[in-house]
Design a binder for this molecule. Structure first.
Ligand code: NAD
Length: 426
């Protein structure tokens, strides 16, 4: 079993200890937990494409794992990466069930993946692989069955190819089967920036609920690791609201200015394809390593790049007052326990980065209605949903004196188990 799956299942077992008090019928509760530790369906196989002009055939291992649909259709992205494995897809599908339940959106969890390095494929091959994959999973997906979306190395173009192949196969239009589509094919306004925007709403809700942080936004300092889709929009929106973003990084380097960075200029530099290690530094700004960024004495540390950023190797050096997890799985279990005991709040990924799947839900709603929202409406609804999710978890955290992560897992498991019990599945 890989480390990510072990951690996901460990979180469920850990929170089930707190949750068990809520259920009188312990046997039934145990059955529900056991069911959640295992996915409902594992779809896997090999697909072959004709490799472009050379005509050479290439075969790929593909997966779609449907974890739990007690609360609604399975929902989750499709990852194209050489490191994809059944365990990884299973872990991610499990986390999707928890994330959708935390956000309170009516979905279960699923995830898909192909073991492939897409940078080694031609565009024609990538298109064929995407279309063949959509045909392979076609019997299992649909607006009321399983709704895939982009993930690592997949995007709106790949969703468009998949939609086309799927609709041809079923013989009708079905835009609500995939989310993360371009606007022209029924995508939603606000989807691109949704994860970062949602994270800023969580930041705002956290500040409002914690009296020690009252005061102007400019007093709050933030360090963001990663400046891709999530980190860029998080940093940009936070700095537009007057928060002081003092450090950001990409894989090449971090950039630090204790007085605050010009995020717009950094964004323009990245748009031109620059690496931060070559950023033209102004006085007061300096290059730092990614490790140094994680150890800065800031109000909020925001890991928004990779998993396992905060581990037993650096946990003692974390000097931030709060960690707001925007990447998936940036804190290991050991480091999470250490930070909790030290009094550093860690706002967990399944809550902080749920803005992306929430706006995917809005895309699905708009597709099903055939009526499209303004960006203002998308952001207003996102703010309502994610703020409510934060408040629900904050209440449980304070009542039960547990960490935000445990509280989030407690709430999501409870919602899934209650749905399973109502359906008579256990
Ligand atoms: P991305 O590929 O757009 O950006 C990743 C960023 O991390 C880049 O700036 C890259 O340079 C940087 N990076 C890569 N390796 C690094 C390293 N070793 N040290 C420091 N920085 C490094 O990815 P993204 O879409 O922004 O996703 C970031 C994280 O957020 C991932 O964990 C992803 O699973 C999670 N997430 C993304 C979304 C979404 O909507 N995009 C939703 C939920 C969760």
């Amino acid at each position: 079993m890989n480390a990510m799956l072990q951690a996901a299942l460990g979180q469920i077992k850990d929170s089930s200890v707190v949750l068990s008090d809520d259920y009188q019928d312990k046997k039934r509760f145990k059955k529900a937990i056991e069911a959640i530790l295992t996915p409902e369906k594992i779809i896997k196989g090999k697909i072959t494409i004709k490799a472009g002009s050379s005509g050479k055939r290439k075969t790929f291992q593909v997966f779609r794992i449907e974890h739990n649909d007690a609360r609604g259709p399975f929902k989750g992205g499709i990852r194209f990466h050489p490191d994809v494995s059944e365990d990884e897809v299973r872990a991610l599908s499990t986390l999707m069930s928890l994330k959708c339940a935390v956000a309170g959106i009516p979905y279960g969890g699923g995830k898909g993946g192909i073991i492939v390095d897409p940078s080694k494929l031609t565009r024609e091959e990538l298109k064929e692989l995407s279309m063949e994959y959509a045909k392979f999973i076609a019997p299992y997906i649909g607006p009321w069955k399983d709704v895939p979306a982009p993930d690592v190395n997949t995007d709106g173009q790949i969703m468009s190819w998949m939609l086309e192949a799927y609709e041809k196969k079923i013989g009708m239009e079905s835009p609500a089967t995939f989310t993360g589509k371009p606007l022209e094919l029924g995508g939603s306004l606000g989807r691109t920036e949704a994860t970062g925007q949602g994270g800023v709403y969580v930041l705002d809700a956290y500040l409002k609920r914690n009296s020690k942080f009252q005061g102007p936004n400019s007093k709050i300092t933030i360090a963001v690791q990663g400046f891709g889709n999530v980190g860029y929009y998080f940093a940009t929106i936070a700095s537009e609201l007057g928060f002081k973003v003092v450090a950001v990084s990409d894989s090449s380097s971090g950039i630090y200015n204790p007085k605050g960075l010009d995020i717009k200029a950094l964004g323009e530099f990245k748009d031109k394809g620059g690496s931060f290690k070559n950023y033209p530094l102004k006085s007061g700004t300096k290059l730092i390593t990614n490790s140094e960024l994680l150890e800065l004495p800031v109000t909020f540390l925001v890991p928004a790049a990779l998993e396992n950023a905060i581990t037993k190797d650096n946990m003692e050096k974390i000097s931030a007052e709060v960690v707001l997890e925007m990447a998936n799985g940036p804190t290991t279990t050991e480091a999470d326990t250490y930070l909790f005991e030290k009094g550093i709040d860690v706002i967990p990924d399944i809550l902080s980065n749920s803005g992306g799947v929430t706006v995917s839900y809005f895309e699905w709603v708009q597709n099903l209605n055939g009526y499209y929202w303004t960006k203002e409406k998308v952001n207003e609804e996102l703010k309502n949903i994610i703020t409510k999710a934060f408040m629900d978890i904050d209440k449980i955290k304070k009542e039960k004196r547990i960490s935000y992560r445990r509280a989030a897992n407690y709430l999501s498991l409870k919602r899934i188990i209650d749905a399973m019990m109502l359906r008579g599945r256990v």
